[in-house]
Structure formats: C-alpha cells, structure tokens
Design a binder for this molecule. Sequence first.
Ligand SMILES: [Zn+2]
Length: 258
Amino acid sequence: MLEIVPLKAFKDNYIWTLRDGRCAAVVDPGEADPVIEYLAAERLALVAILLTHHHPDHVGGVPELLRRGPVPVHGPRNEPIATLTHPVAEGDGVAIPELGVDLSVLDIPGHTRAHIAYYGALSGAPSLFCGDTLFACGCGRVFEGTPEQMYASLAKLLALPDRTLVYCGHEYTLANIGFAQSLEPENTALAAREQRDRRLREQGKPTLPSTLADEKATNPFLRCREPAVIESANKYLGARIADPARVFAAIREMKNRF
Ligand SMILES: [Zn+2]
C-alpha cells in the first residue's frame, strides 16, 4: 500500500516521500540528512528522485543521496540541474515501477523558467506535486517568469479535479491565510480553514496535503475573478481593472510586501 510521508527540511520545507514495501522515492530533497535518516530508520531503499525546479532548497540533497547509490533523477529539462539523469517536460511520463507509480509531467513556469509538476492517481487519489508554484492558500514568488505565465500555470492546475491532493514544497499555510483574509475578510470558507489549519499547526501537524477544492474556495491567487479580490487589487493599484491575469499580478505584488 503506497504511503506519502512529509519529511521536514530546513525551516519549512517538506520532502514528500512515496513509500511501498521496502522502496521509497523522494520529491525535492533540498537536504540529504532527513532522507538518509528516514530511509535508515524505516529500512527503505531509495529508488528514484523527482525534482520540480532548480532552487537549492529543493535539489541540494541530491549529490549526497547519489553518493549512496545511483538512482534515476527526474526533473525539468530546461533548468540547470547537474544531477538530472531523466530530463522531462510536459507530455512526458515518470514511472517508478518499484512503487507501481505512474505520473505525468505538467509545465508550470513562473516561479522558475521551466518549473514542472507531477500529477497522477496514487492509491486511487489524484495527486499533485507542485513544488513552489501552488501553495496551500497561496502561490510561489514569480522569480524567473512573468505574472502572466504564473497565472496561466495556476489556471492549468485549477483545471484538475476538485479532489486532487495538493502536495506543495513549503509549510506557509497560516501566513498565506493571513494575507488571503486581508483580501477577502468576508470569506467564510477561509475563516473555517484558518481555524482548522491553526489547530493542525498547534498539534505539530502539517496542513498538507490540501485539496484543489480547498484552494478554489480560499486561495486568492485562484480567485482572481472574485469581486472581493478584484476590489482589493483595485484599491492597491488605485485603478479599475478586472482582467484576472492583471488582478493576479497586483495581488502577487501585494503579497510580496505583506
Ligand atoms: Zn523555489
């Protein structure tokens, strides 16, 4: 039976670990030590590494993991990652036969130039590993792409089924909810989420995975057509715009300063 386990790295990164039987694969191992310790404690063999983008807090542990034995390293074809053995882009699939896992690759540029996501059914549940593009109640900063690209990438993820489980790269949820509430103070789904996720954090538990249904109801970056979000963007800009990509660009800038 496939399990998906978050390993904590740095201050607020998660290294998502897929395990079944004696085998495991990791997504975005920014650090090697948490992975090495977990594999040893659980007597698991690493069989694959999946990377979403080139940032050091997502790929930094790869060389050390490979020193312990070669495994396939899947990651974005068009990013500078020296350790990749299997460069992929949208249209490609990633198979991890030891785990019975088949994922497809989606191009979601914006945070970085060629950021990718992995998507597929795991134990029957549609599951998305989206790195630093879609966060719980937020989204990544736009470092290498344009706001239009990032908005199009989020729109692509939004088209996945509502029950899709969202496994993102960081525990930023409560701070993101605080920002979302400043834009949409009347959103009752957001208030309910704040209570639920605050309780989880008080218990030391991750707020992840979330579902796309949660994100659609509460994540302002997926709600750029909502009157309250448009209104907040217009107040910030001192202008009257309604185009969702421009609303997105405005609230992304607001979040950078929040
Ligand atoms: Zn990043």
